[in-house]
Ligand binder design. Structure first.
Ligand SMILES: NC(=O)c1ccc[n+]([C@@H]2O[C@H](COP(=O)([O-])OP(=O)(O)OC[C@H]3O[C@@H](n4cnc5c(N)ncnc54)[C@H](O)[C@@H]3O)[C@@H](O)[C@H]2O)c1
Length: 368
């Protein structure tokens, strides 16, 4: 059983800096040994900021590095599939950002490759790790809410109407808000209530985003600003999801607004990203009441993270690395795995198909 995990990061942009490197820093079982990014200036900057680590411009070099046991892939969406397959081919464990691929076919192939190579695989579905989300899951699975009937998710951001960079090019991102934001909510709804069997979805684009933040012209956006779906779970429960990056009034320091809830036959429970150490609970006939999340749900079991330190809506994100490293040292599957990434992708793909064909779609999400 390995006791120490040497991690390489491919893609040293925003999410690596915000989630993954702080996660590695607090895990004494892990160290960052290599980084990779074709952006030479940023690569040098990260080497200075993150310490004396090997640095590569090409991910194939990092995949071959014998001082790397596990790789975190945090690059634009279109690169996840080739980078993951190369790292798996070299026997590395892989945590990959969402969306796992550009479509279900890519994601399912990534899952099968990791499974067949017997490496640990994890999809970085961050919000599963929020304390109140973990507690809502416990309330659902323990039967405290009775039979789940409704699921509801709202994720609103008030972002500038300027260019999103690679995120607004269809061939690089796959889709806009749907693949960037709503896919997380598809994932945690399936974690709470089981597989989604059928959906009716829609997307919309309101702004061209044909200028950069500093006013320079650029090719216009090809992707959605807003996404929504209604869905039927295999369990018989129903769900409603809405996400937008253009919701005026919901900036909230860049964190935006997020609400997700489950309404069961005996009660309701709600998670809010902006207050993740508290949960809202209602039992039959009573109003929602705010309660602290019980201590044992504030961090993952064994995690050294102090839940009273830092901004609550930020620091739970460090637990993703804890889960990935735990799965490697304990020689067990990581949760959520690539099959979860593929399953959420099957639903997200079906949203686009549903809207294009203006009909309900039955989702098939078996990655084979
Ligand atoms: N889980 C979450 O909550 C969450 C949050 C933000 C972003 N993400 C995901 O993380 C990924 C990265 O997003 P970001 O916001 O950090 O983007 P970013 O643009 O800030 O960073 C991406 C980095 O990848 C580098 N890159 C591009 N091609 C590469 C290649 N072939 N090899 C190595 N590096 C390459 C870029 O130069 C850039 O530095 C996306 O898939 C995004 O959807 C997830």
């Amino acid at each position: 059983m390995p006791s120490h995990v040497r991690i390489g990061i491919v893609g040293v942009g925003a999410v690596s800096d915000f989630h993954h490197v702080p996660g590695i820093r607090i895990d004494s079982r892990a160290s960052l040994t290599a980084i990779c990014d074709p952006n030479e200036g940023l690569l040098k900057q990260r080497q200075t900021e993150w310490g004396g680590i090997a640095a590569y411009a090409d991910y194939r070099q990092l995949a071959e590095d014998p001082n790397v046991d596990a790789v975190i892939i945090a690059t634009p969406n279109f690169t996840h599939h080739p980078i993951a397959l190369e790292c798996i081919r070299h026997g590395k464990h892989v945590m990959c950002e969402k969306p796992l691929g550009l479509n279900f076919t890519e994601s399912a192939e990534m899952y099968r490759a990791a499974r067949d190579a017997n490496v640990r695989h994890m999809t970085a579905f961050t919000y599963r790790f929020a304390p109140s989300m973990r507690y809502v899951r416990h309330l659902v699975s323990s039967g405290a809410l009775g039979t789940p009937r409704h699921f509801r998710s709202q994720r609103f951001l008030d972002w500038p109407e300027t260019s999103w960079g690679w995120r607004q090019i269809k061939s690089l991102a796959g889709a806009g808000d749907l693949f960037d934001m709503t896919i997380h909510r598809i994932d945690f709804s399936q974690d709470l209530l089981g597989p989604i069997r059928s959906i009716c979805g829609a997307v919309a684009q309101f702004v061209p985003r044909d200028k950069t933040a500093d006013g320079k012209p650029c090719p216009p956006s090809e992707v959605d600003d807003w996404s929504s779906l209604i869905g039927l779970f295999a369990s018989g429960a129903v769900g409603v999801w809405e996400g937008s990056t253009l919701m005026k009034g919901y900036n909230n320091g860049g964190v935006g607004y997020e609400w997700a809830e489950v309404n069961g036959s005996e009660g309701s429970a709600a998670y809010q990203l902006t207050d993740p150490n508290n949960v809202l609970i209602a039992k039959n006939g009573r109003d929602m009441e705010k309660m602290p999340v019980p201590k044992e749900f504030l961090v993952l079991p064994g995690s050294p993270r102090d839940p009273s330190e830092g901004k609550p809506s930020t620091v739970f994100r460090y637990d993703l690395v804890w889960e990935f490293v735990s799965a490697i040292v304990e020689e067990r599957d990581a949760v959520p795995g690539f099959h979860d990434g593929a399953s959420a992708q099957a639903v997200a793909d079906a949203v686009l198909q549903s809207f294009e064909e203006r009909r309900w779609i039955d989702v098939s999400s078996d990655p084979g």
